[in-house]
Design a protein. Structure first.
Ligand code: NAG
Ligand code: NAG
Ligand code: NAG
Ligand code: NAG
Ligand code: NAG
Ligand code: NAG
Ligand code: NAG
Ligand code: NAG
Length: 454
C-alpha cells in the first residue's frame, strides 16, 4: 500500500494546477484540481481539504456525499461482516480525519451509504471544505468510522458529484445498515453549495480523464474543474443532453419524489466492431467511480465476442475475462445528441495488476444491483471525452478529440489494430511501466467496485 505513496512522492503525480488560496466568497478562476489515476487506470482521486487536513478523495459522479474516514475507524468484510484490520480497508492510514476546530457534529442524524463496492457509515458534520483553492466555510460532510474495504491505497474517502436526492444522511434511529438506500434526509452536496454561495463561476463541474500506459499502477489522472472547463484541447462541437430521471429507480429510493438523481440520459444507438449496431434506445448514467461500463446484453455480449481470442464470462467476477494481449474490438460508438462518440480500443482491456485482464464492457442485466439492470458509462467511455455536468441547467455536454498539452499523457494515444482485424496488436507502449505487488488487493477489489450508490 505504501508503494502508492512512494510513487506519488517520486513525482508521477502532477501537482494541483492552481490551488492558490483565494479570498472567501469571491469567484475563483482556474478552479481546476488534477486527479491521480490509481489501480491501473481505473480509479481517480483528487485533493480535498477538510477541516484544514488534506486528503485524496475518490472522484465519483455516481453518488452525492463527501465522506472521509476518521482516525481509528473500523474495517469490516463486505460479505461476512467480520472485522478486518484497518489496513485491509485500503485507505491511506497516514491521512485519516481528526476532529478540528471547525468541526460541528449534526445532531439526530447518521451517515450511511451503500455503494456497489460496499458500505460506509458514521456521522454527519459541518466542516470547512476546500477544493482547487475554493473554500466552503460550512458544508455538510460525512465523517465515517466504519467501512468495507473501499480505498485504493491513496484515498481517504470519496467526493460525490451527483444530485441531492442521492445524499445519505438518515435519522439517527436507523441502525440497520441494509436500509441505506432509503430513509434519506437529503442535503445540498458540496458543489451545489459552492455554486449557491457564489464561489464558482458557473453551475457545473467538468472532467477529463487521462489514459496511462498499460500496466502502470499509479499516474497522472486528468483534471476535475469546477465552474469552468479543464485545461485541455478538445473539439468545440459539443453534444448536449438533458439530465433525465431514470425510469426504473423506485420512488422510495429518492424520498418518494420523482426527481433527478444520477447523471442520466437516453442513448439512441450504439455501434461496435466493423459492422454491428443496435438502435433500441436505452437510459444510462455517467459514473467516474466505475472502472467498467455496463451496456445492455444485446450490445455487450456480441461486443465481448469480438475480442480475439473472445472474452469468457466469469460469474464470480461479474465480468468478461480476456487475454491481456487480446486484440480488442475496433470500436464502440455511443450516440449522444446526434454525435458519435467512439472509444480508443486501449480502453477495452482493464489490466488489474494481477495476471488477470478483464473487458471493460460489462453486461447490465448480469450485475443488476437491487434487481435493477442499470446501464452505466464509466471510466472507459469517460477517458475519451471532456464531460460537463451542469446541475443548474440540468444538462450534460460532451466534446471529443481530447488532447492534453503534454502529448505523453492522456488521451492522445494511437489505437493500433484491433480484434476484428487480423494484424498484430500491442496494447499500450509499456513506457513508464510500474509494477507493484502491493496493488494486488486493490486491483481485485476494483473488479467488484462499482461506486454508485445503488
Ligand atoms: C490560469 O493559470 C495560468 C497558470 O497559472 C495562468 O497563466 C492563466 O492566466 C490563468 N487563467 C486565468 C483565467 O486566471
Ligand atoms: C452491517 O451490519 C452487519 C449486521 O449487523 C454487520 O455484520 C456489518 O459489520 C455491518 N457493516 C458495516 C460496514 O458496518
Ligand atoms: C490524524 O491523527 C493521527 C494520529 O492520531 C495521524 O496519524 C494522522 O496523520 C492525522 N491525520 C492527518 C490528516 O493529519
Ligand atoms: C425513527 O423515528 C421516526 C420518528 O420518530 C419514526 O417515525 C421511525 O419509525 C423510526 N424508525 C425506526 C427504524 O425506528
Ligand atoms: C422500495 O420500493 C420497491 C419497489 O416499489 C419495493 O420492491 C421495495 O420493497 C421497497 N423497499 C423498501 C425498503 O421500502
Ligand atoms: C460483419 O462482418 C463479418 C466479417 O467481416 C461477417 O462475418 C458478418 O456476417 C458481418 N455481419 C453483418 C451483420 O453484416
Ligand atoms: C501487462 O501485464 C500483463 C500481465 O502481467 C502482460 O501479459 C501484458 O503483456 C502486459 N502488457 C503490456 C503492454 O506491457
Ligand atoms: C497527438 O498525437 C499525434 C501523433 O503522435 C501528434 O501528431 C499530434 O500533434 C498530437 N496532438 C496533440 C494536440 O498533442
Amino acid at each position: 500500500m505504501y508503494t502508492f505513496r512512494d510513487l506519488l512522492i517520486t513525482g508521477l503525480l502532477v501537482g494541483p494546477v492552481a490551488s492558490t488560496t483565494l479570498p472567501l466568497r469571491r469567484r475563483a478562476t482556474n478552479v481546476t484540481s488534477s486527479m491521480v489515476s490509481t489501480t491501473y487506470g481505473s480509479v481517480f482521486d483528487t485533493e480535498v481539504t477538510i477541516g484544514g487536513q488534506s486528503f485524496q478523495l475518490l472522484v465519483d459522479s455516481g453518488s452525492s456525499d463527501t465522506y472521509v474516514m476518521k482516525t481509528g475507524f473500523r474495517c469490516f468484510d463486505k460479505d461476512d461482516g467480520l472485522e478486518l484490520t484497518e489496513e485491509e480497508c485500503l485507505y491511506d492510514l497516514d491521512r485519516t480525519y481528526n476532529i478540528s476546530d471547525t468541526y460541528e457534529e449534526i445532531p439526530n442524524q447518521i451517515f450511511g451509504i451503500q455503494y456497489g463496492a460496499g458500505l460506509a457509515s458514521g456521522v454527519m458534520a459541518w466542516e470547512e471544505v476546500k477544493i482547487a483553492g475554493v473554500t466552503v466555510p460550512r458544508q455538510r460532510v460525512a465523517i465515517a468510522d466504519k467501512s468495507n474495504p473501499m480505498g485504493d491505497g491513496i484515498s481517504s474517502g470519496l467526493l460525490g458529484l451527483a444530485y441531492p436526492s442521492l445524499t445519505s444522511a438518515h435519522p439517527a434511529n436507523i441502525t440497520d445498515n441494509s436500509t441505506y438506500y432509503y430513509n434519506r434526509i437529503p442535503y445540498k452536496p458540496l458543489l451545489f453549495t459552492m455554486y449557491d454561495e457564489g464561489l464558482i463561476a458557473d453551475s457545473y463541474f467538468s472532467h477529463v480523464i487521462a489514459r496511462n500506459p498499460t500496466n502502470q499502477s499509479v499516474g497522472f489522472g486528468g483534471y476535475l474543474s469546477l465552474g469552468e472547463l479543464p485545461p485541455v484541447k478538445h473539439s468545440d462541437n459539443w453534444a448536449v443532453a438533458p439530465v433525465e430521471i431514470i425510469d426504473e429507480i423506485p420512488l422510495n429510493f429518492t424520498s418518494y419524489k420523482r426527481t433527478i438523481s444520477y447523471w442520466a440520459l437516453t442513448i439512441p444507438s450504439v455501434s461496435w466492431g466493423r459492422n454491428s449496431s443496435d438502435s433500441k434506445p436505452f437510459q444510462a448514467f455517467f459514473d467516474t467511480g466505475n472502472p467498467l461500463s455496463y451496456l445492455p446484453g444485446r450490445v455487450s455480449i456480441p461486443f465481448n465476442e469480438l475480442f480475439s481470442p473472445p472474452g469468457v464470462y466469469s460469474d464470480d467476477l461479474g465480468a468478461y475475462v480476456v487475454d491481456c494481449n487480446a486484440k480488442p474490438p475496433s470500436s464502440l460508438v455511443i450516440e449522444i445528441d446526434g454525435q458519435k462518440f467512439d472509444h480508443n480500443s486501449l480502453d477495452f482491456i482493464y489490466q488489474t495488476g494481477e495476471d488477470l485482464c478483464i473487458s471493460t464492457i460489462g453486461v447490465s442485466e448480469r450485475v443488476g444491483i437491487a434487481g435493477l439492470p442499470f446501464n452505466i458509462l464509466g471510466v472507459p467511455f469517460l477517458k475519451n471525452v471532456v464531460g460537463v455536468f451542469d446541475f443548474g441547467r440540468d444538462e450534460m455536454r460532451f466534446a471529443n478529440d481530447v488532447h492534453f498539452d503534454d502529448g505523453s499523457t492522456g488521451t492522445n494515444t494511437t489505437t493500433g489494430d484491433s480484434g476484428d482485424s487480423s494484424d498484430g496488436y500491442v496494447p499500450g507502449n509499456g513506457a513508464g511501466r510500474v509494477t507493484s505487488g502491493g496493488l494486488a488487493v486493490a486491483g481485485i477489489f476494483a473488479l467488484a467496485g462499482y461506486f454508485f450508490t445503488l
